[in-house]
Ligand binder design. Structure first.
Ligand code: ADP
Ligand code: MG
Length: 383
């Protein structure tokens, strides 16, 4: 294990008393020191349980948990929550209703000398912009302010790791966006390792250095936001991360052909005959063309962009997001092109090891056109 690993879960399983299905199942996860890692997964997949295991509020049935290189659970060892150097912000914030803002923040500083405690509380009131509210009680605060108190309270004792459970779930949509920005700024200043749990993909993608995708009690992929979005390990992950279309392609040798163009398979020795290409809404360029392989079947204006649904000759409908300059009517024929250099290819349920490399396609409307070959020149694009 590297010394930059702040939290490590190794083969952790957790069954709640009286249940058959494990809440957490063979979970492996390395969190790097100083990073913000988001655990993204649907409701009930085990996110809260994972945080509670790290915080020491639950014990794993098997497996081990390390924090800062020290085993805190597993192998007969169990370090209690208050000795783990971990701050936890609960989904409902769990503020003490009978304590003021500053008393809530001071709560975690009981072991500190009085002066030191007052100094630290002041520091956190300033950091979270709560100085004017120090003597208020939780019920006299807005949702966003309550959240800041909860974060200040968790950060007060200088934890090495901060755990946030669905931090924005209780805020309305507008406040959610603002608090997201605020949280990012605040955490950057503090420099603490953060594990944030959410079922909201936009939140995970916008905030995290890395995203751990969790399904049915286990982490199935850990990658940068860009990679989990564009190179998901499975179709299920692809869909969890956002709108996804899968376009079938025939593989002939090292070449694949589809209604969105021909492409070369990198180092293709795969004995696959049929793959499917993952297309995200912004990966697609539409151009009006009488011989195009797509037909516009639906358009939806959403302000900054228009969502077009296009039926391809292969029978698949792709959802695309187009800038205002694109104006197409329902029923129009279009040429459909992918504007990405690489797209993920799937065989069965899993992404195949080799990424499909799309050639830059000048003309793709006729499937009979000789396709450009792998490693070839850009001639086809220019012609
Ligand atoms: P998430 O936070 O991703 O929504 P949880 O970790 O809360 O998921 O729950 C994971 C699974 O464990 C769910 O099926 C849930 O019903 C179950 N579970 C959670 N807490 C308990 C508990 N105290 N007793 C029994 N089952 C529980
Ligand atoms: Mg939860």
């Amino acid at each position: 294990m590297s010394e930059t690993c702040a939290v490590r879960l190794a083969g952790v399983w957790k069954w709640y008393r009286g249940t058959v299905v494990p809440a957490v199942r063979d979970l492996w996860l390395d969190v790097r020191a100083g990073e913000l890692l988001a655990i993204l997964g649907p409701s009930g997949c085990g996110k809260t349980t994972t945080l509670r295991l790290i915080a020491g509020l639950e014990r794993p049935d098997t497996g081990a948990i390390e924090i800062g290189g020290r085993v805190v659970a597993g192998g007969g060892r169990f370090v209690p929550p208050e000795e783990r150097g971990v701050g936890l912000v609960f989904q409902d914030y769990a503020l003490f209703p009978h304590l003021t803002v500053e008393e809530n923040i001071a709560f975690g500083l009981r072991g500190f000398a009085r002066q030191e405690r007052a100094r630290r509380v002041q520091e956190l009131l300033a950091l979270t912009g709560l100085e004017a509210f120090r003597t208020r009680y939780p019920h006299q605060l807005s949702g966003g302010q309550q959240q800041r108190v909860a974060i200040a309270r968790a950060l007060a004792p200088h934890p090495a790791v901060l755990l946030l459970d669905e931090p924005f779930a209780n805020l309305d949509a507008e406040l959610r966006l603002r608090m997201r920005e605020e949280l990012r700024r605040l955490l950057r200043d503090v420099g603490v390792t953060v594990i944030l749990v959410t079922h909201d993909r936009d939140e995970a993608l916008a905030l995290a250095d890395r995203v751990a995708v969790m399904l049915e009690g286990t982490v199935v992929q850990v990658d940068t936001p860009e990679r989990v979005y564009h190179e998901p390990r499975t179709r299920e992950v692809a869909r969890l991360l956002g709108q996804a279309s899968f376009v079938p392609a025939r593989v002939l040798g090292r070449l694949g052909r589809s209604d969105i163009g021909s492409f070369a398979l990198e180092g293709a020795e795969e004995p696959t005959e049929q793959v499917e290409l993952l297309l995200r809404p912004r990966d697609v360029v539409l151009e009006r063309h009488p011989e195009g392989l797509g037909v516009v079947v639906d358009r939806r204006f959403v302000g900054a962009e228009t969502i077009y649904r296009v039926l391809l000759r292969c029978g698949i409908t792709v959802e695309t997001s187009q800038p205002p300059s694109v104006e197409l009517a329902i029923g129009e024929r279009v040429e459909v092109r992918c504007n990405r250099a690489r797209v993920a290819a799937f065989a069965g349920d899993e992404r195949i090891g080799l990424a499909a490399l799309l050639e830059r396609l000048g003309r793709t409307r006729s499937a009979d056109t000789e396709a450009p070959v792998a490693g070839g020149t850009d001639g086809a694009a220019a012609s």
